[in-house]
Design a protein around this ligand. Structure first.
Ligand SMILES: [Ca+2]
Length: 277
């Protein structure tokens, strides 16, 4: 989706922030957990149709005239739903946002702040993630948005890191709180020495810059073992839990993380990853 097709800063639409978070069409959220060895780190809010239709079917309805309202409604819904799903034990919620739907960061954030206050959600428990590819052509605009969000104590994340060519340039200019490693680098990591070399470098880079690294799209125990061996501590993927419609998924955890002791690479890698997991 080319959400910056409008150039990123179309002031003509400013004033849309007077909208009260009303969705331009019906949609809801599924949630997928991001986990560490001892529990859940956060839940990513993923758009779905009202009857569980795919994210694609929802995003396909977004156009230039409703992009702002949709982006605002996503934030409101993600914060409201996650607060209601865990009233007694606040959980971090990660929200995908569209930089092209943000005109003036300082005003476009108001509805988010107001919703967080109303739902009694700490701003530090809200993560805003954006795909690195979505800022191509307007990096300054994204950096301005991110800086504004950090000023309020919101967490910032670059999604799908490594999928495009813009990620390193963006990192040089702005260091978010979190980087999410693209799933293409995770896939079959235990069988791909070149991917491991790249992930190792990203782990080191993030450590030096004080950035948390999340690996996404993990589907096999071998991928998890390889990631743990490279020093990755936060994970997301079908191996732990699929997105759950309008609910927080309960991730499968303990047995999987014990695979670490079997980690080995090279010619015998396949034999050392337990088949039973
Ligand atoms: Ca995402």
């Amino acid at each position: 989706m080319h959400i910056l097709s409008n150039g990123g800063t179309p002031h003509a639409q400013c004033g849309a922030c007077k909208l009260d978070g009303e969705a331009p069409f019906p949609f809801t959220m599924a949630f997928q957990p991001i986990v560490h060895a001892s529990g859940v780190f956060a839940h990513e809010a993923l758009v779905r149709g009202p009857a569980g239709e795919s994210a694609g079917s929802v995003l396909g309805q977004v156009n230039d005239s409703n992009r702002y309202a949709f982006d605002q409604a996503c934030r409101v819904k993600a914060i409201e739903m996650s607060a209601r799903l865990s009233p007694d034990a606040p959980q971090r919620v990660s929200i995908n946002f569209m930089p092209g739907a943000v005109y003036r960061p300082e005003t476009c954030i108001r509805k988010t702040l107001e919703t967080a206050t109303r739902m009694d959600v700490a701003l530090s428990n809200i993560i805003f993630e954006v795909t690195e590819g979505e800022q191509v052509g307007n990096r300054d605009h994204l950096v301005t948005i991110f800086r504004e969000y950090q000023k309020h104590g919101l967490q910032t994340a670059i999604d799908d890191f490594g999928a495009g060519y813009a990620g390193l340039g963006l990192l040089a200019e702005f260091q978010p709180d979190i980087v999410k490693l693209d799933m293409a680098l995770v896939r079959d990591l235990d069988h791909r020495p070149a991917s491991r070399a790249i992930v190792r470098a990203v782990v080191s880079l993030c450590q030096e810059l004080g950035i948390r690294l999340i690996a996404e799209g993990i589907e096999s125990p071998g991928e998890l073992v390889a990631l743990q061996d490279l020093g990755v501590e936060l994970f997301q993927g079908y191996l732990f839990a699929k997105p759950r419609f309008e609910a927080f998924a309960d991730p499968a955890l303990p047995g999987l993380f014990r695979t670490r002791q079997f980690a080995a690479y090279g010619a015998n890698a396949e034999r050392t990853v337990p088949r039973t997991l």
